[in-house]
Write a new protein. Structure first.
Length: 73
């Protein structure tokens, strides 16, 4: 019974799972593109775009990890 009460107070981890999953899918897509296309991402503009998307996904995963963590009381 006490376990159920403690578990009910923990925040949902679903946002972290979604953000982390998106980051993993992005990383796998980049790996596949990088291995099959030697010229990927093409030019400096493409490289900046890839870095920007990666940065946003990384920050989202890190922020949701912190926000959904349970702090001891």
């Amino acid at each position: 019974m006490t376990t159920l009460i403690l578990a009910a107070g923990d925040p949902s981890k679903v946002p972290f799972y979604i953000a982390g999953g998106l980051l993993v899918v992005w990383a796998l897509a980049l790996a596949g593109l990088g291995l099959t296309r030697p010229a990927f991402p093409g030019d400096a503009r493409g490289a900046r775009g890839v870095m920007a998307v990666t940065f946003v996904l990384m920050i989202a995963a890190m922020a949701t990890a912190v926000l959904t963590s349970a702090f001891p009381k």
